[in-house]
Design a protein around this ligand. Sequence first.
Ligand SMILES: [Zn+2]
Ligand SMILES: [Zn+2]
Ligand SMILES: [Zn+2]
Length: 141
Amino acid sequence: MKKICFCNLVALVLCMPIIRKTKSVKALLTSFEHSDNAISVKALIKQLHQKMNKTTVYRILERLEEDGIIHSFMDKDGLKWYARCSNCSPGHHTDSHPHFQCSDCGKIECLTFEVKIPSLPNHKIQSTNFLLIGECAECSL
Ligand SMILES: [Zn+2]
Ligand SMILES: [Zn+2]
Ligand SMILES: [Zn+2]
């Protein structure tokens, strides 16, 4: 469930009229193709600085998130990260899974179990941020 085929992702994106098939969008999606884990905005900007500026990276990320392709969350330092979605649709994200951040190497994984969020009387929940911090499989060896 964690891994979705990137071919499907590209096909999905190319079918969507909302997303213009710009070079920048493709370059950004390629970054996600090469990573099974989440990517921080900081890392994306660094990775893509020769192809596009910071503002473009932010704009595309925002659009891909609105379209249900990727989701965002904060890491332990309050930095924004993005990861691929598996079953989301435009305007509707169903990612209520927690994320795991390795305190050693810093990488973040999407966890495949869902967290049931209780409904709070008189409160409207807009977003959740559930981050587990520890040592990843490689670092805890
Ligand atoms: Zn999503
Ligand atoms: Zn690690
Ligand atoms: Zn995730």
